[in-house]
Write a protein that binds this ligand. Sequence first.
Ligand code: PXP
Length: 289
Amino acid sequence: MNPNTGLILCQISKDFFKFYKLYINNLSVCLFLLAIIGRLLDCLEIKISKIMATLGVNIDHIANVRQARKTVEPDPVQFAFLAELGGADSITVHLREDRRHIQDRDVFLLKDTIKTKLNLEMAATEEMLEIAKKTLPDYVTLVPEKREEVTTEGGLDLKSNLQYLKNFVGNLKDSNIEVSAFIDPVGEQIHYSKEIGFDFIELHTGKYAELSGSEQYKELQRIIESTHLANDLGLVVNAGHGLNFNNVKKIASIDNINELNIGHSIVARALAIGLEKSVREMKSLLTSI
Ligand code: PXP
């Protein structure tokens, strides 16, 4: 044993005692330290309990522009790649019966090329079932579809199609595809979603987006209550429709919202921040002759 060990231990004890007297044996310093520790724990707790919502980017509008000319650009497959570069956690496309924007080829190519997840929105028809089983997207969101509508207007009416939807959802799940129901934030529809066997629901936020003031607040409360109810029943909750740069935060801060699906506002913003550059490039071609 080192002959100086006793001396060294003695010195350490003295130093510690000095430190104790100077800093710890002082009530206000103690309270200050406790407060800081409390704050740190609070922060930690918030980080642990608040799981951030992921972002599903709907690229139907890219295909809308292409289909306006029935040409090959802009290609939604390329834009899915850019959306992923920007941080998209999944890519959503709605293959409509009338093929007004997304085409079958887009769905197949997206499935092969995207690095995140493919969410295929579709109506519950036999034609779409076959396409889903061939493509095997990561998940399918069943939506109501009317030919004359501009966009998906309301949620699914699950009650009147209960048995048909049970078979339909079972069929998709047999192919290992998870299935979501696009529904209004209404308790009855949530209970039916559970009964039918959906894994997820997507709450329609269109009404919330259209309203303002106290009416919007009431709709937000309906969405929050619906999220809690669905969570209690073991359903994963997504939300979407009409969300934009002004109204998204209140929905994103709901506890246990899994994913937000957003299309129109993101594509509109992309035009706003990209058009000037595009015009400059064209102008420079004209002026460099
Ligand atoms: N979720 C569903 C089920 C939709 O049908 C749509 C619109 O295609 C969206 C989300 C995205 O809505 P928006 O384009 O208004 O962001």
